[in-house]
Unconditional design. Sequence first.
Length: 132
Amino acid sequence: MNIVQIENWQDYRRDGEQFLHTALMARKKGKTHFTPVILYNLTGMAIEKLIMAYLMKNGDLAENHTMGDLLDALERHTGRQPQLAAKLRYLDSFQEICALDSVTIKIPTQEDTEIILAIGQEVHDFLAPHLS
């Protein structure tokens, strides 16, 4: 099969790395205006961009952009990733925004933030060898 890369995948990689770097540095430097919600959203955008970069590089796109949809698309290429899957579903549990009849938002705690940032770093580390 001949893979046709989707243009600008490198932009998605760059953006994802910048979002993650911003979130990690804000946490490291104790920037209090970066609330758990902001860190969650920055990390979520980082993960979305990084997975999309990987998919685009491999000529593919996700059905939607929930963590579950991104995971499904990613696993088409990498095979099952049960540990990563559990972590991405955990992230999806904070915002169920795709339901037609209701929206559920759970505010992350400071403790959640540490887990969220670690998941962002793990996704980055998992995809980095494939995005060079």
